[in-house]
Design a protein around this ligand. Sequence first.
Ligand SMILES: *[C@@H]1O[C@H](CO)[C@@H](O)[C@H](O)[C@H]1NC(C)=O
Ligand SMILES: *[C@@H]1O[C@H](CO)[C@@H](O)[C@H](O)[C@H]1NC(C)=O
Length: 405
Amino acid sequence: MRASLFLALVLCANFFYWGCCKEGEEKTLAKFPPRGWNSYDSFSWIIDEEAFLQNAEILAQKLLPHGYEYAVIDFLWYRKNVDGAYVDSYGYDSIDEWGRPIPDPDRWPSSRGGKGFTEVAKKVHEMGLKFGIHLMRGISTKAVDANAPILDVHKGGVYSEDGRNWTARDIGLTHRTCGWMQHGFMSVNTDLGAGKAFLRSLYHLYTEWGVDFVKLDCVFGDDYDSKEISSVSQMLEELDRPVVLSISPGTRVTPSMAETIYKYVNMYRITADDWDTWSDVASHFNISRDFASVKKIGAEGLRGRSWPDLDMLPLGWLTDPGVQQGPHRKCYLTLDEQKTQMTLWSIAKSPLMFGGDLRNLDGTTLSLISNPTLLEINSYSSNNLEFPHLYTTEKHLGKKNHIFF
Ligand SMILES: *[C@@H]1O[C@H](CO)[C@@H](O)[C@H](O)[C@H]1NC(C)=O
Ligand SMILES: *[C@@H]1O[C@H](CO)[C@@H](O)[C@H](O)[C@H]1NC(C)=O
């Protein structure tokens, strides 16, 4: 009975939300909190094509049936994995003639010959999954130093306006570098036509490759750049291909900060990076409560809905923050702590992005992240709020009782 009612609800939802996002159609992007896998917690920045596709294969087999559909490559996929390269190093990144980051050809061999992630995206799509990449704010320092010309995707060739050709130095805001990667990236001036043209050229290239999901970093929280968020959102809305927009990081995010951006995105981090310590898990309770109470869970978003994001789930087989090393250790949380984390993420209706190396996925972790009750709560529960403990008296129930919600 319960199963058939559940099925009826699913069918009903599909009936009303089928189809996607063209003008005049129902807005459906991220109609539930998105789920998937992200490479950061297990590979830091060094993942390569072989390891990524192996993980995607297992994602498709074991987790896609539970709604985990996005396979996402996290940061610095354009950087050479060699001695001397690290998170804020300079000079190891690949860019194309228009100043756009392209995959490091040694780590992503199928990208050679100007193909970018086309082949990887194709394989991911053949597995039934959707494909995501991480991007940093604005433009790379390398593109500005090279003074790369700006591509006009509408006309083809160099962007010209007011009788001149525009280049990276015209749009890069050198005083607004990314706080946590100062040698890597800076904001672009989105008040200029050329600044907008550059962002448009990025998203045109990436959606041509087949990207379905963008995690745009260094634009939120401490690195807040509302103009870039709204400009990118506008670019994405213009495209034929629907792209989920996820923004981060979430250090010191408040509901009032979210107020100005939630309609432009599909998910936004509301906490700093979450790793596998109890204090990290514990720090997510109050902020979840605060966002629930201002009704931001499942609010309007880019071409659909938006979701406050508690960050990836660092469970299973992991690496350490910011290192140049792949998966090599087990999650430090106890099983009770892991269950608490998965339960909080589910009732807060956070996106669920698994972070562990799927090639070493153990049965306990798999059953935790695929728990059917939690996943149903994560997708279908509504008006979730924090309740204080309620105490009743003997008079009411005939015996002393505590009811905990
Ligand atoms: C702009 O670039 C185009 C193509 O490279 C070139 O033909 C043209 O002369 C340039 N215009 C100016 C004003 O420099
Ligand atoms: C969470 O909020 C409660 C109630 O406002 C407060 O007493 C508690 O100190 C907060 N916890 C943290 C970790 O900030």
